[in-house]
Ligand binder design. Structure first.
Ligand SMILES: Cc1cc2nc3c(=O)[nH]c(=O)nc-3n(C[C@H](O)[C@H](O)[C@H](O)COP(=O)(O)OP(=O)(O)OC[C@H]3O[C@@H](n4cnc5c(N)ncnc54)[C@H](O)[C@@H]3O)c2cc1C
Length: 431
C-alpha cells in the first residue's frame, strides 16, 4: 500500500494530554495549571491585554517547550467550532478569518468554494493564529514558502488594548515581528490570507533511498529545480524515503508502482476532529527543527547523524523529517521565522520521545543545544515552536538587531506583561 507522505500515522505522533487540557503544553514538558483561563470569542481580548496583567497567549497549545504554559492568566484564542461563521470573503482570492479558526475548518470551507490555502502544515487542528505566530511549513513549502508568506495583513492588539491592522506597508515592523514572533508583539485577532485555486488531485511519487548521502543529493537537487509542488522526506526505523508531488492528475509522470494519484491530500489519513490521545506513558515529546540554507543540508544532517547513534538520542529518536522551503519573490524579512533571508532552505525535524525525568530530558536538551549551535554556524535558524535553549549570546547570533528591536517594540506598545516567560523575550531584555 502507498504509505503516507507525512508523519501523521507515526504511533509516536503527539497529541493533547488527556490529563488536563491546560496543565501541560503539547510536548508535556512543562506543567502548570493556569489561575484563570479566558476563552475567545467570549473573552474581550482588548480589555484583557490592556489591563496590564501578566498574560500568556495560546492557540491550540501544540508548541513543544512550554510556550503556552502558565500558572497565571491564559488567553485561549482557539475556537474551531465557533469561528467558521466569521469568515469573510474579500476580493482577488483574499479571505479574512479569525485567528482562532483551525486550518482544518478553513481548508474545508475554502475547498467548498473552489479555493485552498497555499501551504498547510502536517497537522490541521492547530489554530491559524498560533501557527502564523511560529511560521508554518509543510509539504507545499517547496512551491509556496511559509504560511506567513501568504498573509496580506493581520489585526493585532497591543498591550494597551489598541487594535490595528498591520501589513507590509502599514505598521510594517509589527507585521514583521508578529508573524513567526510567538505572540511577543501582541495578539493576532484576525488575519487576511491569500488563497490559491483548489485542485483536488495530487500526483505523488515516492522514492526509497539507500543512504543518507543519497537522500541529501536528491533533496538538494529537488531544491534547485522549481517544478515540484510538494516535497518531504523522512528517516524512521532505518528506512529513508522521500515524496515528491505535482498538482493535478496528469498521467505524464506516472508509470511505476511508486506513483499514486491522491485526492484531497491534506486530509488523507487526517482526523476530522482533534482526538485526545495521551502521550506514551511516562514520556514527553521533545521536538525541534533546524532550517538551513539550501547547500548546507549535508553538514546539518551529518551533525544529526553523528549524534543520533549515540546516547541519549539513540534511545529516544522517533523520526527525522525533512522539508524544502522556497520563499516567494515578494518575500518579507520576518524577524524570527525559521527561515531567514535565504531564498531556498531545507529543514530537518528531530523528533524524540523521552522519559519524563529531569536527567533524560536534560540530556536530550543538551544534544539539541549542540545541534542548534551547528545550525547557527551553517547560517540557519531554529523553528521556535520546538525545544530550543536560547540565551542572549546565541539569540544575538541568530537574530542580530531584531533582538533589540523586539525589546523596543515591547516597551513602546506596553507588551512587557505579554508572554514574558519566553526565552526569546528574556534574551531580548536590555543587559
Ligand atoms: C503533531 C504536530 C505536527 C506539527 N506539524 C507541523 C508542520 O508540519 N509544520 C509546521 O510548520 N509546524 C508543525 N507543527 C508545529 C505547529 O505549527 C506549532 O506548534 C503551532 O504553534 C501550532 O499552533 P497552535 O495553535 O497550537 O499554537 P500554540 O502552541 O497555542 O501557540 C504558539 C505560539 O504562538 C502564540 N500565539 C498563539 N496564538 C496566538 C495569537 N492569536 N496571537 C499571537 N500569538 C499567539 C503563543 O503564545 C505561542 O508562543 C506541528 C506540531 C505538532 C504538535
Amino acid at each position: 500500500m502507498f504509505e503516507p507522505v507525512s508523519r501523521r500515522r507515526d504511533p509516536e505522533f503527539p497529541a493533547r494530554s488527556t490529563i488536563d487540557e491546560f496543565a501541560t503544553d503539547f510536548g508535556g514538558l512543562r506543567h502548570a495549571v493556569p489561575r484563570t483561563v479566558h476563552r475567545m470569542p467570549s473573552a474581550f481580548p482588548s480589555a484583557l491585554l490592556g489591563s496590564g496583567r501578566p498574560m500568556t497567549l495560546r492557540g491550540a497549545g501544540h508548541s513543544c517547550d512550554g510556550q503556552t504554559v502558565t500558572d497565571g492568566e491564559l488567553l485561549v484564542t482557539y475556537a474551531p467550532d465557533t469561528t467558521a461563521a466569521q469568515i469573510r470573503e474579500l476580493h482577488d482570492g483574499l479571505i479574512e478569518v479569525p485567528a482562532g479558526i483551525s486550518w482544518y475548518g478553513l481548508e474545508r470551507y475554502l475547498n467548498r468554494h473552489g479555493r485552498a490555502v497555499p501551504v498547510l502544515t502536517d497537522y490541521l487542528h492547530a489554530s491559524v493564529g498560533g501557527t502564523l505566530s511560529v511560521g508554518g511549513i509543510g509539504i507545499n513549502s517547496v512551491r509556496y514558502g511559509m504560511q506567513v508568506d501568504h498573509v496580506e495583513r493581520i489585526q493585532l492588539i497591543d498591550g494597551t488594548g489598541t487594535s490595528r491592522w498591520c501589513s507590509r506597508t502599514d505598521h510594517s515592523e509589527l507585521f514583521r515581528f508578529a508573524l513567526g514572533g510567538l505572540g511577543t508583539v501582541g495578539l493576532i485577532e484576525r488575519v487576511v490570507l491569500r488563497t490559491v485555486p483548489y485542485c483536488r488531485d495530487t500526483h505523488v511519487h515516492r522514492r526509497y533511498h539507500a543512504t543518507p548521502t543519497e537522500l541529501v543529493e536528491h533533496t538538494e537537487q529537488i531544491a534547485q529545480r522549481d517544478d515540484a509542488d510538494i516535497y518531504c522526506a523522512s528517516m524512521r526505523r532505518g528506512k529513508i524515503f522521500s515524496t515528491t508531488g505535482w498538482r493535478g492528475n496528469g498521467s505524464r509522470r506516472c508509470g511505476d508502482e511508486n506513483c499514486a494519484i491522491v485526492p484531497d491530500l491534506p486530509f488523507e489519513s487526517h482526523p476530522d476532529t482533534a482526538r485526545p490521545v495521551a502521550p506514551s506513558n511516562g514520556h514527553v515529546r521533545l521536538w525541534t527543527d533546524y532550517i538551513v540554507p539550501a547547500g548546507q543540508f549535508a553538514p546539518m544532517l551529518a551533525a544529526v547523524e553523528t549524534l543520533r547513534h549515540r546516547a541519549p538520542l539513540n534511545g529516544v529518536l522517533t523520526m527525522l523529517y525533512i522539508l524544502i522551503v522556497r520563499r516567494p519573490p515578494d518575500t518579507t524579512s520576518f524577524a524570527f521565522t525559521p527561515v531567514g533571508n535565504a531564498p531556498i532552505s531545507i529543514g530537518v525535524g528531530v523528533y524524540t520521545s523521552v522519559h519524563r525525568d529531569l536527567t533524560a530530558t536534560t540530556a536530550t536538551r543538551r544534544v539539541f543545544r549542540d545541534l542548534l549551535e551547528r545550525c547557527c554556524e551553517l547560517g540557519g535558524r531554529p523553528y521556535l515552536y520546538g525545544v530550543n535553549n536560547l540565551d542572549r549570546a546565541l539569540a544575538e547570533r541568530l537574530y542580530g538587531n531584531n533582538l533589540d528591536q523586539l525589546a523596543q517594540l515591547r516597551a513602546a506598545y506596553r507588551l512587557e506583561n505579554i508572554n514574558a516567560h519566553l526565552p526569546l523575550v528574556r534574551a531580548a531584555l536590555p543587559t
